[in-house]
Write a protein that binds this ligand. Structure first.
Ligand SMILES: C[S@@+](CC[C@H](N)C(=O)[O-])C[C@H]1O[C@@H](n2cnc3c(N)ncnc32)[C@H](O)[C@@H]1O
Length: 336
């Protein structure tokens, strides 16, 4: 008789919903009204991430062209224990945590080095967050506090907990924010950090344009499908009638912004109805709508932006090829 499979440990998960489906729909309406009537048209990247978008992002992370995920994972495998030793944190907070896959490397290192007391996972994608929180809680035997929220609006919901925290922002998600958004985000984060808290920031670094473009325009077309997922979300949530296949995926380097821009280009003239907004949006043939930026940094730029936000770099780590950067920072208060 085969040995019985042990039952998984019970999960200890608290879910704090700061963004209900109703709030999400209202925010999507606001963004669609502003972005689709702007010239040029644009939409914020947060709307890629419904369940299908999260699953597509997960596929992207495994594509041969998509070096950032692999590189960050290998780097964390190499240096997670050093990071945790330098940080001395007992609680891990992660913004934009997604599937929490790379997080496990940090949690494992914390477990070995200082003992991990808890994990706070924060993401806008509720279903992905709930399943990641349950799996982490069971696998590490720790309490997980999951927050469904928008890190531009609900960061103050992160609990203090009374122990030194490390707030991780992985996946170079900060690159999806423009300069003003980064300024606001980093300043708010700094104001929420206690003296013993640390901020771990992952950033993709500037590199040859052909490698960058290939990473966002893969041969299998998964990134294109991820990009067009925005149109599926608009169709489902706002009753719009986009024909996603009529929009071509574009990934282009913008040297002024030091970023890859993802766009959707209308193959032909189109009129898209959004009855929920009482809006009809015209696209000319070849017209492009910007859907994401992915900023590429230099270590100096990362240091400057942290400094402007009142944070000092404690230590940095890069992979041997210098493709990716992990920066550990601490808050600086009044002259300290
Ligand atoms: C580029 S993925 C990175 C996922 C994961 N941290 C990693 O490193 O693989 C960005 C994640 O941030 C989440 N996200 C994007 N915008 C957000 C926002 N405004 N507030 C909260 N989460 C957000 C997405 O749902 C997604 O899980």
């Amino acid at each position: 008789m085969p040995a019985p499979v042990p039952a998984p440990a019970p999960a200890d998960v608290t879910v704090d919903v700061r963004l209900t489906p109703t709030d999400l729909r209202a925010a999507l309406r606001r963004d669609a009204r502003v972005g689709l009537t702007a010239t040029p048209k644009w939409m914020p990247p947060v709307w890629f991430y419904d369940d299908r978008g999260c699953a597509l992002y997960d596929q992207i992370t495994r594509l041969p062209e998509y070096y950032p995920f692999r590189t960050e994972q290998l780097l964390l495998e190499e240096v997670a224990e050093q990071v945790v030793k330098v940080a001395g944190s007992e609680v891990l907070v992660e913004l934009g945590s997604g599937t929490s896959e790379k997080t496990r490397l940090l949690l494992g290192a914390m477990d070995r080095v200082v003992g991990v007391r808890g994990y706070v996972a924060f993401d806008v994608a509720e279903a992905t967050l709930r399943s990641a929180a349950t799996a982490v809680s069971q696998d590490f035997g720790i309490a997980v506090h999951a927050i469904v929220g928008d890190f531009h609006e609900h960061m103050a919901a992160v609990p203090d907990g009374g122990r030194p925290r490390m707030v991780a922002f992985l996946g170079s998600t900060i690159g999806n924010l423009d300069r003003d958004q980064r300024r606001g985000f980093l300043a708010e984060l700094q104001s929420l950090l206690g003296e013993d808290d640390r901020f771990l920031l992952a950033t993709d670094l500037v590199k040859p344009v052909d490698r960058l473009v290939a990473a966002y325009d893969d041969a299998a077309g998964v990134t294109g499908e991820f990009n067009r997922n925005l149109l599926h979300v608009l169709n489902r949530e706002l009753d719009a009638d986009f024909v996603p296949d009529e929009f071509e995926h574009v990934a282009r380097w913008n040297p002024e912004g030091s970023c890859i821009e993802m766009r959707l280009r209308s193959r032909q003239p189109a009129t898209v109805a959004l009855p929920v907004l009482d809006l009809a949006v015209e696209f000319e043939a070849g017209e492009e709508m910007r859907t994401e930026i992915s900023t590429k940094f230099t270590p100096e730029q990362v240091g400057r932006e942290l400094d402007e936000a009142g944070m000092a770099v404690v230590d940095t780590w890069t992979d041997p090829a210098g493709d990716y950067l992990l920066t550990l920072a601490r808050p600086v208060r009044g002259g300290g």
